[in-house]
Design a protein around this ligand. Sequence first.
Ligand code: ATP
Length: 373
Amino acid sequence: MQAYLVGGAVRDELLGLEVKDRDWVVVGATPKEMLANGFKQVGADFPVFLHPRTREEYALARTERKQGRGYHGFTVYSAPDVTLEQDLKRRDLTINAMAKAENGDLVDPFEGRRDIEDRKLRHVSEAFAEDPLRILRTARFAARFHPLGFSVCDQTMALMKRMVDSGEVDHLVPERVWQEFQRALHEQAPEAFFEVLRDCGALEVLIPELASEKVFQLAMAALGCVHRRLHAETEERFAALLSPLDAPVAKDRGKALKAPNDCQNLARLVTAFTPQIRDIDAQSPEAETLLDLLDQADVWRRPERFSQLTKVLECALPGDSLTLDLLRTASEAATGVEPRTLLAQGYKGKKLGSAIRTERLKRIGDAVAPTNH
Ligand code: ATP
């Protein structure tokens, strides 16, 4: 049997990037032989073997057949006669379909190295069309390698368009879509992920309201702004993305994507606040109105949510906003109340909860009171 380094590790090594995970493919072996060689089997769906010493993952060379629509319609199988080339052929992009032998030789049947040099994201074969998740993966790699000058090549973009037209994207399960969204939101240039999805038509299927040019530009500006802040969390990035949408639409999209509750909640708050802040601004800001708004939204309950809200709104509402200034002040004031201090003063249980509420609302009230401005 022979083992080859494959996928992301080979790609990243050629790009001169740090290699984090090393995945291996083993050709010419059975599960029994792997176990006999001291490997430990993990993974329920498809057996992967952990190296007894390095703990790196070794998979038996596999190939696949498609049966139905969408991600679930595959049968993947391995056998000792599945070749390395067959295994590489079922991969998505040429830059991900290279292998390195133990003697250092590069196995590159689909010219991934050339595409690395040309900065192209290109599909390995027409079989790419069998799994719509690959559209999202391609968009995600575009977002990761955008700063290095990578883009999706024309033929792959055309293939992705045909896949979208044939309805493949409608059959993706929300969990897989969310997983790719979540990762993409943290890539080097998250905007590039959504540009690729827009260009191939997938965005029109996944979040149709974002696909119109004006809304798209607003969403990208907000997302780019949040992304440039240090340590932006997933929920802040997601809320920025949905910020130009109407609140009920944002709610539906968050649900449909099965985004985690924190992401849905922040998006809901941001989209509810944005038009209201615009209104208050237009009528000259009043601390009272803002206080009402804050009280209704219960944001004082969780100061960390409050400061996330402020951060996203700062990106979603560019330009001067006196109301936003007040909100920022209010957020800082609420964060200043530490449950620890109140605990030390002898508050416990329910009393502690209401003491925190009273103190936070008082501080917010003092901070945004007209006399202070
Ligand atoms: P990362 O740095 O994000 O881990 P990676 O390339 O290692 O990048 P993985 O998701 O770990 O990405 O996948 C490992 C390899 O498996 C990929 O390089 C690719 O060759 C292949 N692969 C993963 N998912 C798919 C898919 N849906 N279709 C085709 N090939 C895939």
